[in-house]
Design a protein around this ligand. Structure first.
Ligand SMILES: [Zn+2]
Length: 370
């Protein structure tokens, strides 16, 4: 057997792969040493071989409790990602697989590659989106902004501050495809009322490096919104400066949650300016989202912040207060939607894309009230 992670978003360390029935692996730390959980590797020479993989440092990952009920994403053709059941015991995550094919890819969730990101940007430009490079990251990657529409209401949507949460960019792909569909009357109506500023990948460095949560110098971008600097979090500084120029009325920050098997919104109700009017608009947004895509639900989530206790280093809180905006964090599961489980695929790129496309109606519903 040969195991490799030396590619875009690769992350695994081989401890011992001499016996396919007892392969020992470790997940590499994000830069900074504080986080790890994303993994992505290729195993070759395993056709018809009963393999047992052990990730021996699963218990020291960022969210060890998240391994309970988790199934590994696997693919032969790198298009369809199916799930392989796991067990978690004594700090080790174990999964057994006897693939028909010689070579299989395994990952924490279906990867969203740099090449696919560039295909997405190119396809959007080709379909009429405006493209702007906001600046460079610390590894020298471009931070891409796509702008759509001509309307007076500034809507910002950003994804993948946490680079291992690839479902966020799958979601963004579904949204962009629908917004750019000239035959979609709701999209056309929205683009006449709002201008959409979209950052499909806030953290290209962490994505390429195979990180779960941080950028090239170990910064968790969703804890940098209060006072971002070009030295530590240029991704946030560049976006926030651009937001200062455009203003913001609605902001969606798209994430994945390791532990909860549900899609939900976490709101900025702990910010000083939160009031009943904002609460009503948020509720309307959520109710319409739930109706238009029942994978979204309002029962399970993080619980609400007490008034005045918001962490202002986080995007949704900082943006809500700084621009008097409705700013929401959307979370999708790494595992599955427990209300409508898909045994074969778990939560998937396909469902993420559909959820992204479905956000048009909730946005259209609240736009006039922002
Ligand atoms: Zn996140």
């Amino acid at each position: 057997m040969h195991i490799s992670a030396r590619f875009d978003a690769g992350n695994i360390e081989v401890v011992d792969a001499t016996d396919p029935s007892d392969v020992k692996l470790r997940i590499r730390d994000d830069v900074g040493g504080e986080h790890k959980q994303w993994f992505c590797f290729r195993a070759s020479g395993i056709g018809e071989v009963p393999c047992t993989f052990h990730i021996t440092n699963a218990g020291t990952c960022s969210y060890p409790v998240a391994w309970k009920g988790y199934h590994v994403a696997a693919s032969v053709d790198r298009q369809t990602w199916f799930r392989v059941p796991t067990s978690y015991e004594g700090g080790t995550l174990t999964f057994r697989h006897t693939p028909a094919a010689d070579t299989v890819w395994y990952a924490y969730f279906a990867p969203y590659s740099q090449e696919r990101h560039h295909d997405l940007v190119a396809g959007c430009v080709d379909a009429g989106a405006r493209h702007e490079v906001l600046g460079q990251t610390l590894d020298g990657a471009d931070l891409d902004l796509l702008t759509l529409g001509e309307g007076p209401v500034p809507v910002w949507i950003i994804a993948r501050q946490h680079p291992g949460e690839t479902m966020a960019e799958w979601w963004m792909e579904g949204l962009l495809e629908r917004l750019l569909d000239a035959d979609d009357a709701l999209a056309r109506a929205l683009l006449s009322k709002a201008t959409f500023y979209l950052v499909p990948n806030m953290n290209p460095d962490g994505s390429a490096r195979g990180h779960l949560r941080t950028n090239a110098v170990g910064a968790n971008l969703n804890r940098e919104w209060h006072a971002p600097t070009m030295e530590r979090a240029p991704e946030v500084k560049l976006v926030r400066d651009r937001m200062d120029a455009t203003g913001v009325k609605l902001c969606l920050d798209i994430h994945g949650d390791e532990e909860l098997p549900y899609v939900f919104i976490s709101g900025p109700e702990g910010v000083p300016s939160w009031n009943e009017a904002r609460e009503a608009v948020r509720l309307r947004f959520e109710q319409v989202y739930e109706q238009v895509d029942p994978d979204f639900q309002r029962v399970h989530g993080y619980g609400r912040s007490e008034p005045g206790t918001a962490n202002m280093t986080m995007c949704s809180n900082q943006v809500a207060e700084r621009y008097d905006a409705l700013a929401l964090t959307l979370e999708m599961p790494f595992k599955d939607n427990a209300n409508a489980p898909d045994e074969a695929h778990g939560w998937s790129p396909e469902r993420s894309r559909l959820l992204g496309a479905a956000v048009l109606l909730p946005i259209a519903t609240v736009l006039a009230e922002l």
